[in-house]
Structures are given as C-alpha cells and as structure tokens.
Design a protein around this ligand. Structure first.
Ligand SMILES: [Fe+2]
Length: 152
C-alpha cells in the first residue's frame, strides 16, 4: 500500500522544518545530570520540542499519551529501542535521520554514543501525558504516568 502524506500531516517533515539552530529561540544546553529540553514551537494541533542528550542519557520505555509524533536527530546519534516479540530491538539513528510514530508507539531513546546528541521532536496533539513502562517477562508493565505541567 502506498501512503501519501501531505506536508502538514508529515510530522517528520515538520521536525525537519525546525532543524536549523538559527531558528531556535535558545541555544542548546547540555546537562550531564538531567536531560535538557525546551519547547521551540507551538502550532494548531502540534508542538515542537528540542532535546539534548549527554552521552549515556536516555529515557525509560514510554508512550506519548495517544499522541502521534516524529523525531529527528540533529547532531550526534541516538538509539531507539522498541519492543518486538517481548524483547527490546534497537535502531540506530544518525544525525539527519529520524522516524515517525503512531499514537500507540512505545519506545525508549538513549544516546549510547560518546558525543552529545540533539534532536527535534514533534507531537500531535501537544504532549499532555506519558506513561512509563517496565519490560517484565516480555510484557510491558505500566510503572508511572507523567503529566504535562508537573513532569515537564
Ligand atoms: Fe518518546
């Protein structure tokens, strides 16, 4: 099946439109203690966030509260892990590459490289809630719900 995406529907294309540091409202900060992130754009129906990743920093397994999204690696390299038949399956994403995901996507993202990484993330609609998961005996087990306004 061929899927044709209009530009306004292609969240990875939107991420690419926000990949130029000259357009960011702030410089990128790298915090080796806590991952740094900031919202760089809001639009009807979606938000754009800029994240930095010190080597070794990453997320837990999480969903996006029903949002669809996309993320683009702008600098460095990130590894996305998704659950495939009960196991984590890694995908390396070099600078300039990214991926789209649907509203039921669960993943964890880590900078396993030796240099800091930067990425641009788009969420549709705006990210309001994320559930964190543990992988236990091959199954996702919800561990914690994080809400916008409290957790970020
Ligand atoms: Fe995510």
């Amino acid at each position: 099946m061929i899927t044709i995406r209009r530009p306004a529907d292609d969240l990875l294309a939107i991420a690419r439109q926000h990949a130029d540091p000259a357009d960011w409202p702030t410089g990128v900060h790298f915090d080796p203690v806590d991952r740094w992130y900031t919202r760089v754009a809001t639009a009807p129906g979606h938000e754009v966030w800029l994240l930095s990743w010190w080597p070794g920093q990453g997320t837990d397994l999480h969903d996006h509260g029903g949002c669809a999204g996309a993320f683009l690696v702008v600098a460095g390299e990130l590894t996305e892990e998704t659950v495939d038949r009960g196991r984590l399956r890694p995908t390396r994403l070099a600078a300039g590459t990214g991926r789209r995901f649907g509203p039921r996507h669960v993943h964890q993202v880590t900078n396993v490289g030796s240099v800091p990484a930067v990425s641009v993330h788009v969420y549709r609609p705006a990210l309001r809630r994320m559930t964190r998961y543990h992988l236990e005996d091959g199954r996702l087990r919800a561990a914690e719900v994080a809400e916008a306004g409290t957790a970020w």
